[in-house]
Design a protein around this ligand. Structure first.
Ligand SMILES: *Cc1c(COP(=O)(O)O)cnc(C)c1O
Length: 217
């Protein structure tokens, strides 16, 4: 399954995040043995435990909702945080990353779905956030792009429209704030049920769980 997904990503030059939440270390090691190095987790405690037990060459991405007081637990090892939606969160990430003299990559999470419960920014709030002068002081984080989750629905036209919307937001934000920054290049969108649509709409990073590991119970 891993190879099949990777060959679908290749023409799009998109990266695969293997979403291993609620999956065993053994299952992760199995994919690791097949060459996968980037894994995504949603829960701080679970991630901390897995990171300590699993090979050090794994690049861990945090993709779930994050509380500022938990950043310190993942800062020592995390390479990317997909779920940033406030200046307060950016400040905390920068502060914790500076303790380890490292740079943490971040994505701004946008609310593109119709459901009320999904976190994230809208375009106006993001522009406000990005024009906050405090951002100029950050030395230990990089804002590398955007992340979003489509509505949980069978209406694939709606899903497509939401991905189009996120791509437009990316282009706009890039143009306004990151025009000459090559590192602002990531659109994290697409999961097991909708990654093909996401790729067609410009995704550069897909987050796949159940298709790789089997359904979560
Ligand atoms: C669980 C999760 C995924 C993976 O979902 P699947 O449908 O199992 O592929 C991707 N992104 C986020 C943010 C998730 O929480």
């Amino acid at each position: 399954m891993l190879q099949a997904i990777l060959s679908e990503l290749e023409p799009h030059q998109a990266q695969l995040v293997a979403v291993s939440k609620k999956k065993s270390n053994a299952a992760i090691l199995e994919l690791h043995a097949q060459g996968q190095r980037v894994f995504g987790e949603n829960y701080v405690q679970e991630l901390v435990e897995k990171q300590a037990a699993l090979p050090p060459d794994i690049e861990w991405h945090f993709i779930g909702h994050l509380q500022t007081n938990k950043v310190k637990f993942i800062a020592p090892f995390v390479t990317m945080i997909h779920s940033v939606d406030s200046v307060k969160m950016l400040q905390e990430i920068d502060k914790q990353a500076s303790k380890y003299k490292k740079v943490i990559n971040t994505l701004l999470q946008f609310h593109i779905a119709t459901e009320e419960t999904k976190y994230g920014l809208d375009q106006d709030t993001a522009l406000e956030l990005l024009s906050n002068p405090v951002l100029n002081q950050f030395r230990n984080l990089r804002i590398c792009g955007v992340m979003g989750m489509a509505t949980f629905t069978n209406d694939m036209q709606q899903v497509r429209q939401e991905f189009k919307n996120l791509k437009q937001i990316f282009d706009f934000v890039k143009n306004q704030h990151f025009k000459n920054d090559d590192f602002f290049n990531t659109i994290s969108m697409g999961m097991s049920d909708d990654y093909r649509i996401a790729l067609e709409e410009g995704s550069t990073m897909i987050r796949i769980g159940s298709l790789l590991f089997g359904k979560r119970v």
